[in-house]
Design a protein around this ligand. Structure first.
Ligand code: NAP
Length: 415
């Protein structure tokens, strides 16, 4: 066990381990959580209460989460004088499954995104974001229930690799001079430069997870989302490697969209997952106009970032957008949104996104029953029209409640 300076390991609780390449989950798993900055403080409190209530009601005391606070962001800076202490990363790697609130990232300077660092340091290469509709939630589209997708966004590469040089710096001058001289480019000398690496390794492990998910859940299609018409050797290659992997590793269980029409007259044989691809701009319009033709989406990192928020908006906004960062074993579950600082500590924000991320976490633990109890209770609370401000402004005749009261209602509505 790693030695911790500030983290207190709960006296009662057992570590999750890996046995035979699978997570082995005890009845009292120690689960680290990062509270998060801004609204993190409001939503983490509410979420843990909801999860504990569902686990208690489902398993009648036979199972219980032993929460363990670990630190990142402002709280870590107060405690350790660093934003992301090494022991936080060590703890999550050691205990495998963790829940995380949002963390502040300065724009245009300051320190690097802690969220991105966490994903890269632990190789959490798939950002998994389900987007489906809870009945009754207001939506800007006519038929929000038609959208039911799970996004597997690449999480470690692309323009998120953090390789950037500032305009006017010594380093950027070196890069531009070398490029213009040796690669015959004509980059303006007053440019900032960023690098966009996309590898076979990073692409294939992500696409493999997306296809495996579609097979396990018996979903009809996986769509590779890219901008390969413009960035041929990064985004275009991502697409090509995806088709290649589908054929080599899942050849018996997948067909391409071309084959769907050339061999099967547009009707996929039973049990086959159709592998398609869409250019990102086309994907954005298709997800609005023909959402029910898509099931699992596998985009490159930046496209996936945009697409997740756009899909979340279609089904009611960021207050209802859960997510997870998954590696080979580690799962770090977090909402899609950020710290929404203007609402921090006001007890008004919707904790739904973190609560639904915790549902994903419960499913990851194999505690699906408890997860279902939570999502059913969220639906019931929405049916009863007692909701937080974000849902209230989109729903007719609803009653507005704060974060704590909303969580209380979810707990009350558990059966
Ligand atoms: P944001 O925190 O996601 O908030 C943007 C807007 O989204 C809010 O003003 C609010 O809209 C809505 N929103 C967010 N969370 C909501 C919730 N739980 N319930 C209801 N509505 C919600 O984005 P930001 O203001 O651009 O970013 C703030 C900070 O968060 C930045 O430092 C950013 O880097 C960081 N960030 C962190 C993560 C992460 O930790 N993974 C992710 C994204 C951003 P209305 O004002 O319309 O109500």
């Amino acid at each position: 066990m790693p030695k911790f300076k500030k983290i207190e390991v709960p006296a009662k609780g057992t570590r999750i381990t890996v046995k035979n390449k699978k997570l082995s989950i005890p009845n009292d798993p120690i689960i680290p959580f990062i509270e998060g900055d801004g609204i993190g403080r409001d939503i983490m409190k509410a979420t843990r209460r909801v999860v504990d209530a569902a686990v208690e009601k489902t398993f009648k005391g036979k199972k219980k989460i032993a929460w363990m606070e670990v630190y990142a962001g402002e709280k870590a800076n107060d405690l350790y004088k660093e934003w992301l202490p090494k022991e936080t990363v060590d703890a999550i790697q050691y205990y495998y499954v963790a829940l995380k609130g949002p963390l502040t990232t300065p724009v245009g300077g300051g320190f690097r995104s802690l969220n991105v660092s966490l994903r890269q340091l632990m190789n959490l290469y798939a950002c998994v974001r389900p987007c489906n509709y809870f009945k009754g939630v207001g939506s800007p589209v006519v038929a929000p229930e038609k959208l039911d997708v799970v996004i597997f966004r690449e999480n470690t590469e692309d323009v998120y690799s953090g390789i950037e040089w500032k305009k006017g710096s010594k380093d950027v001058k070196k890069v531009i001079t070398w490029m213009n001289k040796n690669m015959k480019t004509t980059i303006r000398t007053d440019s900032g430069i960023g690098v966009k690496p996309i590898s076979v390794t990073g692409s294939k492990r992500l696409i493999r997870k997306a296809i495996q998910y579609a097979i396990d859940k018996k979903l009809p299609s996986v769509t590779l989302v890219h901008k390969g018409n413009i960035m041929k050797y990064t985004e275009g290659a991502f697409r090509d490697w995806g088709y290649d992997l589908a054929k080599k590793e899942f050849g018996r269980k997948t067909i391409t969209e071309d084959e769907l029409w050339s061999k099967y007259k547009g009707k996929a044989p039973k049990g086959k997952v159709v592998i398609k691809d869409r250019i990102a701009d086309s994907m954005f319009q298709q997800i609005l106009t023909r959402p029910d033709e898509y099931d699992v989406l596998a985009p490159t990192n930046l496209n996936g970032d945009y697409l997740s928020d756009a899909c979340a908006a279609q089904v009611g906004g960021l207050g209802m957008a859960p997510g997870a960062n998954i590696g080979d074993y580690i799962g770090l579950f977090e909402a899609t949104h950020g710290t929404a600082p203007k609402y921090a500590d006001k007890d008004v924000i919707n904790p739904g996104s973190l609560i639904l991320s915790a549902v994903m976490m419960l499913e990851y633990l194999g505690w699906e029953k408890a997860g279902k109890m939570v999502s059913d209770a969220v639906q019931k609370t929405i049916n009863k029209k007692t909701v937080t401000y974000d849902l209230h402004r989109q729903m007719k005749g609803a009653k507005k409640v704060g974060t704590t009261a909303y969580a209380d209602n979810i707990i009350k509505n558990m059966k």
